[in-house]
Design a protein around this ligand. Structure first.
Ligand SMILES: [Zn+2]
Length: 447
C-alpha cells in the first residue's frame, strides 16, 4: 500500500538523530507508563504539532520490548501510514490491519473500520488510540468491547467529544503535556497571527451531524465577491506565503482554487477522490512552491499533513472546537525560517471558539472549561484578533474602542467586550507607567 512512499512525502522524513525524544516527550512517556503500570487507562494531551506520534512509538517500543501485544487504532488511513512510518523509524517491527491486510504480529496498527468489521481472534495487552477524541464514537466503544482485558491509552490535542463533553468513562486519568504557549516559547511551534472577517451571517443555517450544513454554507460562501475578498486579504497579509484553504465541499474547494489561479496565484484543490499518486504530486508541487495555495475539504485535517504551509484560510465555519483547533494547528509547525503561522478567518471560527493557541483547561468529566475562551478583541479597522488584553491592535496599532472613567479609587472600563477581556485590558492599562503614576490606584472593573 505504499506506506514508505507516502510517509516520505508527508514530511515525516527525519534523520536517525531525531529519534531521541524531547524532554517533555520523555516526561509525557514516563507519566503515561506510570499510569498504565498502575492499572489505569490514560489519555495524553498535546497540541497538534507537538510530536505525539514519537511518544506513541516510544511507548509501543517500551511495552513491545517487555513482551506485550499492542494494537494501535486509528480511524483514517493517513494516520495509519504516519504511525506505521514512525514505528519503523523507532525500529519497532509491526504489521498492519487494513482492508484485506491482516496480521498476527505482536504489534499491529489497525484501521478501526477494518477491525470492527472483521473482528480478530488475537488478544492484545494494550490498545493505543491515536486522535482519541473520537473514542466516544460507537466504533471505538466496540473496540473496547472486543478487548475487555486490555489496558487503554489515548493521545489527542483536544480531549473532548464533539459536544465538548469530556472523555470520562473511557479513560481514568488525563495527563497533560506542554500547552501551545509553552511549545511556542520553546520554539517547537510557530506563533499564530489571527485575522477575522466573518463574511456571511450563519443564523438560520441548518445543522447536520452536529455541525453547520456544509452544502448550505457552501452556497452562501461560494461566489466571486467573497472569493475576491479572500484573495485581497491573502495578498495584503500573506502574499507569496504557502496557504491551505479549508473549504466546505469539494466543489467549493475547486472553485476557490480556480479563483486564486485566475488572480495569478497558483492554486489547486486536493481531495480524497484523487489517487495517491495525484495527491503526492500536488504536495510535492506545494512543497517546492509551484503551487502557493492548496484548497481542501476535509482531507487536510487529521493525519494528512502538508509540510511548509504557514497560512490557514478558513472558509468552512464549524461548531466543533476540535475541527477549529486541528485546522489552525496545521499552520503552527515550524518550517525553516518561518516565524509565524497566519490565520485568515472568513467564517468567524476564531470568534466562535477563541484563540486556538490560548490555554484551555481540559478535564475528563467537564470537557473544556469555557471560561478560557471567547476572549478575543477584534480590530475594527484591519480585522486582527488579539487576546492579550492590549489597548491597541497589535497589527495596525488602531486603538480599541472602550470608555474609561476614574471613579473614586477605581478605574472603570466600559466596552462591548466581556468581563474577562475588560479585566485584562484594565490590567494592561495600569501597567503602563504613565497611567499608573497618575492614578496610583488598584484597577478594578465594574459596570
Ligand atoms: Zn488593526
Amino acid at each position: 500500500m505504499g506506506l514508505e512512499q507516502h510517509a516520505a512525502l508527508g514530511g515525516a522524513k527525519k534523520g536517525m538523530g531525531e529519534m531521541e525524544l524531547r524532554d517533555y516527550q520523555k516526561e509525557g512517556l514516563r507519566k503515561v507508563q506510570d499510569a498504565l503500570d498502575d492499572g489505569k487507562n490514560a489519555i495524553y494531551v498535546l497540541p497538534t504539532g507537538g510530536g505525539k506520534s514519537h511518544i506513541i512509538a516510544a511507548l509501543v517500543k517500551h511495552y513491545s520490548n517487555a513482551g506485550k501485544r499492542i494494537l494501535i487504532c486509528v480511524h483514517r488511513v493517513e494516520l495509519l501510514k504516519q504511525i506505521s512510518h514512525t514505528l519503523g523509524q523507532f525500529g519497532v517491527e509491526h504489521g498492519v490491519i487494513y482492508r484485506t491486510e491482516y496480521c498476527a504480529d505482536a504489534v499491529a496498527v489497525a484501521s478501526i473500520q477494518t477491525l470492527v468489521h472483521k473482528r480478530t481472534a488475537y488478544k492484545y495487552d494494550l490498545i493505543v488510540f491515536d486522535e482519541a477524541h473520537h473514542s466516544a464514537a460507537n466504533t471505538w466503544i466496540k473496540i473496547k468491547d472486543l478487548f475487555p482485558d486490555a489496558r487503554i491509552c489515548g493521545f489527542t490535542g483536544t480531549p473532548i467529544r464533539n459536544d465538548r463533553r469530556g472523555l470520562a468513562g473511557m479513560f481514568d486519568v488525563l495527563i497533560e503535556g506542554p500547552k501551545a504557549k509553552d511549545l511556542i516559547a520553546s520554539g517547537h511551534l510557530s506563533q499564530l497571527r489571527l485575522w477575522s472577517w466573518p463574511v456571511v451571517d450563519l443564523t438560520g443555517v441548518r445543522t447536520f451531524a452536529g455541525d453547520f450544513n456544509r452544502k448550505q454554507v457552501a452556497e452562501m460562501l461560494d461566489n466571486r465577491t467573497i472569493c475576491g475578498d479572500v484573495i485581497d486579504h491573502y495578498n495584503r497579509h500573506c502574499a507569496g506565503k504557502k496557504a491551505i484553504a479549508f473549504c466546505c465541499t469539494v466543489e467549493h474547494a475547486k472553485n476557490v482554487a480556480k479563483q486564486f489561479t485566475q488572480n495569478k496565484i497558483p492554486a489547486k484543490p486536493i481531495y480524497g477522490l484523487l489517487t495517491e499518486g495525484q495527491r503526492n504530486i500536488l504536495v510535492d508541487d506545494f512543497v517546492h512552491g509551484r503551487i502557493k495555495v492548496l484548497t481542501s475539504c476535509d482531507l487536510i485535517s487529521e493525519g494528512f499533513d502538508v509540510p511548509s504551509a504557514s497560512v490557514g484560510i478558513m472558509l468552512r465555519p464549524t461548531k466543533s472546537l476540535i475541527v477549529h483547533m486541528q485546522q489552525c494547528g496545521r499552520v503552527m509547525r515550524i518550517n525553516g525560517g518561518n516565524n509565524y503561522g497566519y490565520i485568515l478567518d472568513h467564517v468567524g471560527n476564531c470568534l466562535r471558539h477563541g484563540d486556538p493557541q490560548a490555554t484551555r483547561i481540559w478535564t475528563l468529566d467537564r470537557g473544556v472549561d469555557v471560561e478560557t475562551e471567547n476572549l478575543m478583541m477584534r480590530c475594527k479597522k484591519c480585522g486582527a484578533l488579539d487576546d492579550n488584553g492590549l489597548l491597541e491592535c497589535p497589527e495596525c496599532e488602531t486603538e480599541y474602542e472602550y470608555k474609561i472613567e476614574h471613579v473614586d479609587a477605581y478605574l472603570r472600563l466600559y466596552g462591548d467586550k466581556n468581563l474577562p477581556t475588560l479585566e485584562r485590558m484594565a490590567i494592561a492599562l495600569n501597567t503602563r507607567k504613565a497611567w499608573a503614576a497618575y492614578y496610583r490606584v488598584a484597577v478594578k472593573v465594574g459596570a
